[in-house]
Design a protein around this ligand. Structure first.
Ligand code: HEM
Length: 408
């Protein structure tokens, strides 16, 4: 598969075929059209940015903004995202805001996610990882995605927020439907029942915590809401929604992609087994090599922005391909080589600039514990199927496997 010339049909970034061939297509784009114009399924013009240096510059450029409501008409907004009612309840969050709202919203939860606070969760995360493996240790096989990668981060984020972890299967359905619907108008319609169930669930949770506050994040956010003008009710819903979705959808794929990358490169698995001290650099390499977030969340040009030879017009959307930046030969030596001892690994898997991932310390800790626990308890882990048959989830923004069957 190669990038089409201007007469040919456009690259379909939403197809499974693109996902399968993405890294070689990104390499061609970096060389031939580093700022590539494409059309979203809703008819809006968008630009794909694929070089490391450009990605970094775009993510730090305040002319590219996150909240497009002053740029797009009501009709365009309706095509881009959820209907108005749901939109108000779900996307008034920090990742879809610009300063000063962004700063205010981020400050409200920042302190719960500092490396020091997260380090205190180490013992509990280890316990969860061990309990999950206890349940399957005697079986001799598992689907890493369902049996391990998914439950671990969802239990952790539920406990932080004060949500019963038994409800995790519902979150999985809801957030799967939502993540797969990004920028696809017909899928947004299909996902509406799940979106509405999610909103109803959050309403009940907020009500319960209002009546009976606890030590958890939801209770402290409710306190911020009632104490003054720090947080509106819509922002409260949107914050919980963001933390649930961002807090598990991505880390599930860090664990899944990590196991996959290590088993695809058995010499690296062996190296990590004999040098577990390499775990931190191994997790950074997994983030670079198969980063769970393929494209940073959408930004819009708040004014005309000349970029390379192109003019990105006010109101156009940009998609920063983190996955491509992380394989840029101008930044990384042998970028397509998976090497857990890589030095100077300044990958962009967590983004950069003011929206740099809030949960990075948590994601890193979960990834490290998950992989070390697997190495320790299932040292002969191996794929049960030909790696070529494994399927990537056809989601525009994410990179994660549908299933990952292994034996041990
Ligand atoms: C933002 C990646 C885990 C919460 C981001 C961004 C990226 C990212 C790329 C920036 C988006 C942009 O600029 O458009 C990841 C990856 C993860 C991960 C790869 C796992 C491996 C988590 C976890 C949480 C979390 C565990 C927390 C519970 C957030 C939040 C933001 C964010 C709240 C928005 C920050 C802001 O707008 O200021 N993440 N994330 N993430 N992430 Fe993560």
């Amino acid at each position: 598969m190669s990038i089409p010339d201007h007469e040919a049909p456009q690259l379909d970034l939403f197809s499974s075929e693109f996902k399968r061939n993405a890294y070689s297509l990104y390499a061609q784009l970096r060389e031939q059209e580093p700022v590539y114009r494409f059309m979203l399924p809703n008819g809006q013009t968008a630009w794909l940015i694929t070089r490391y240096e450009d990605a970094q510059a775009a993510l730090k450029d305040s002319r590219f903004i996150k909240n497009p409501h002053t740029l797009l008409s009501q009709e365009q907004m309706d095509k881009w995202t959820f209907p108005m009612l749901e939109r108000d309840l779900l996307i008034r969050n920090m990742v879809a805001s610009d300063p000063p709202d962004h700063t205010r919203l981020r400050n409200l939860v920042q302190k719960a996610f500092t490396p020091k606070m997260i380090e205190e969760l180490r013992g509990r995360i280890q316990e969860i990882a061990d309990t999950l493996l206890d349940e399957i240790q005697d079986k001799g096989n598992m689907n890493v995605m369902d049996d391990f990668a998914f439950p671990l981060p969802i239990i952790v984020i539920c406990e932080m927020l004060g949500i019963p972890a038994e409800d995790r299967d519902s979150f999985r359905d809801w957030s799967n439907a939502i993540v797969r619907a990004v920028h696809l108008p017909e899928k947004i319609q299909e996902a509406l029942p799940q979106i509405r169930s999610f909103i109803k669930y959050m309403g009940q949770l907020i009500e319960e915590r209002r009546n009976d506050p606890d030590e958890d994040l939801v209770s402290s956010l409710i306190q911020a809401e009632t104490e003054g003008e720090q947080l509106t009710e819509n922002e409260l819903y949107s914050m919980i929604f963001l933390l649930i979705v961002a807090g598990h959808e991505t880390t599930v794929n860090l664990i899944g992609n990590g196991v996959f990358a290590l088993l695809q490169h058995p010499e690296q698995w062996e190296k990590l087994k004999s040098h577990p001290g390499l775990i931190s650099s191994a997790v950074e390499e997994i983030l670079r090599f198969y980063g769970p977030v393929e494209l940073a969340s959408s930004r819009w040009a708040g004014e005309d922005v000349p970029f390379h030879e192109q003019l990105i017009r006010k109101g156009d959307m940009i998609a920063v391909a983190l996955a491509s930046a992380n394989r840029d030969e101008a930044q990384f030596i042998h970028p397509d080589r998976f090497d857990i001892t890589r030095k100077n690994n300044r990958h962009l898997a967590f983004g950069t600039g003011i929206h740099h991932c809030l949960g990075a310390p948590l994601a890193r800790l979960e990834g490290q514990i998950a992989l070390l626990t697997l190495l320790r308890r299932m040292p002969n882990l191996r794929l049960s199927t030909d790696p070529g048959t494994l399927q990537w989830v056809p989601a525009y923004v994410m990179r994660g496997l549908v299933e990952l069957p292994v034996q041990f």
